[in-house]
Design a protein around this ligand. Structure first.
Ligand code: F0G
Length: 482
């Protein structure tokens, strides 16, 4: 860990908060975990939270609120229409992003539904740096298709590139010319690019890509769900931005876009979402969809208590002491594991640490879902729940063949302000053990395979008795109760 350079340059990632409320955890014995894995159909989404020791599935809706956020929840203004809570939230968003019009929605994918329903027509092409599962599902649902133009170097799992989420500007221009602007309802750029390992986009790239879209008259949309990690990386990795405040950087990014949307399950530390729309006419063209799908225009499916909390959470997302914590813990975990030889996505990104399952389980075929198998093995070996982000998360091609994901990852998310350093050390220890025993891990196959978003509800089984053998080896090393 000698090369770890943190913001403020301490050598140990420090929690810049203290724990005031706790939730009891339990670690089921290894044999119990094996039974639970079978009951969950080898799909970690189907596990019950009470059977999990450390839940690293996601950072969505499970980030810790601050005392100030909880305090704000005590003074909401509840009304079907015209809630003052909504106006406080919209004013805070306008202060931060400089965008006046706000449509509330119950979470990020609801915003994606609104965007796809209003703007995407059959045959349209939506260009992105990289897709997110729900964003793509909504676009294809209405007959559109997605072009992902992240730079080739961004897909190299091991790298020293600081901004692997950047869109390739040459490919973007070529794609606009090929598709023609009329067939491109919008270009979507995702901050903190989720599926390639929480990798950031530089300010320079946001600006250049959106300038290009403007030249061709194409609408630009920012998915800001993972903006807070991206802001940390711009501040610490982009030389020309290091003297700017987080608020200044946020405004500079926001100024590039016509529409910004986010999941407030991530950005804002609460639950909910919103679309911010710069142009009044554009805003009016979308607003009827909110009462239809979400709820009235001043709550959009969110509870007023959550809206009050997130209004405070937005302010906290503008503080370096708050937004640095996730990326620093993640970097610590990733660097320790990489030093041991575990193939990790580097450099460490936001959101979580990402293990390159394709390389760890190189003895498995892509059709045996290496990342899906590894994520199940990680629950068996330590009660840790991660998330598969690979071929299992894709949908099959029209001819029924597997669509092999460009990257096959296991994500160990680090929800913000939730885990202590000793819990991260435990994770490091158990991932190392699993890496040493990787040849014992076999594949998975579907028993029940839904057509859409199959990773959520699919039921799978192991292709051999590898889970029993792995559990036996684990007990031999750590004891019956571990
Ligand atoms: N965009 C990005 C970049 C996301 O990471 C997510 C959710 C969404 C949109 C959808 O937001 O869940 O509020 O509907 N990501 C979660 C995750 C699910 O675990 O990474 P949502």
């Amino acid at each position: 860990m000698s090369d770890i350079k943190f913001y403020k340059h301490q050598q140990i990632p420090l929690e810049m908060h203290k724990v005031k409320i706790v939730q009891q955890l339990r670690l089921l014995p290894a044999d119990e975990r094996l039974k639970k894995m079978y009951a969950a159909g080898f799909n970690t989404f189907q596990l019950h939270n009470g059977d999990i020791f450390l839940d690293m599935l996601t950072d969505s809706g499970v980030n810790a609120m601050s005392d100030m956020m909880q305090a704000a929840m005590m003074h909401p203004d509840d009304a079907y229409a015209g809630s003052e809570t909504f106006f406080r939230m919209a004013a805070k968003l306008e202060e931060i992003f400089g965008i006046k019009y706000c449509l509330p929605a119950h979470q990020g994918r609801a915003c994606e539904n609104i965007l796809a329903t209003r703007f995407v027509k059959p045959g349209n092409c939506v260009i992105m740096n990289y897709h997110f599962t729900t964003a793509k599902a909504h676009i294809t649902r209405v007959g559109g298709r997605v072009e992902e133009l992240v730079s080739d170097a961004g897909l190299e799992t091991e790298s020293t590139l600081p901004f692997k989420g950047n869109i390739d500007l040459d490919k973007l221009e070529a794609c606009i010319k090929k598709e023609t602007p009329a067939n491109i309802p919008f270009v979507r750029l995702e901050a903190g690019t989720n599926l390639i390992g929480g990798q950031p986009v530089s300010y320079e790239n946001f600006k250049a890509a959106t300038d290009l879209c403007k030249k061709y008259g194409i609408m630009t949309v920012l998915d800001a769900s993972l903006l807070q990690d991206n802001l940390y990386f711009i501040k610490t990795r982009e030389d020309s931005m290091k003297d700017k405040s987080i608020r200044e950087i946020t405004r500079m990014i926001a100024d590039c876009f016509d529409i910004i949307y986010f999941s407030a399950r991530k950005f804002g530390f609460a639950r909910g979402g919103a679309l911010l729309i710069r142009d009044e006419t554009l805003f009016h063209s979308m607003e009827d969809l909110i009462p239809m799908f979400e709820g009235f225009l001043t709550y959009g499916g969110m509870s007023v208590r959550e809206m009050e909390a997130m209004t405070v959470g937005f302010d906290e997302s503008m503080e370096m002491d708050v937004i640095s914590q996730g990326p620093q813990f993640i970097k610590y975990m990733v660097d320790e594991l990489a030093a041991y030889g575990v193939p990790m996505v580097t450099p460490a990104g936001g959101l979580g640490g990402h293990i390159n399952a394709r390389e760890v389980l190189e003895h498995l075929k892509a059709e045996e879902y290496p990342a899906g198998a590894l994520v199940c093995a990680q629950y068996l070996a330590g009660g840790i729940r991660g998330m598969e982000r690979g071929t299992l998360s894709e949908e099959r091609n029209a001819d029924g063949s597997e669509r092999i994901a460009s990257v096959e990852l296991v994500r160990l998310a680090v929800p913000r302000r939730v885990f202590t350093l000793s819990q991260i050390e435990y994770v490091i220890d158990r991932v190392k053990w699993l890496y040493d025993h990787r040849r014992m891990i076999g594949g998975l196959r579907f028993v029940h395979e839904p057509k859409t978003l199959r990773f959520f509800t699919g039921i799978l089984e192991p292709t051999s008795d590898w889970p029993e053998k792995l559990t036996a080896a684990y007990k031999a090393d750590f004891g019956e109760d571990a």
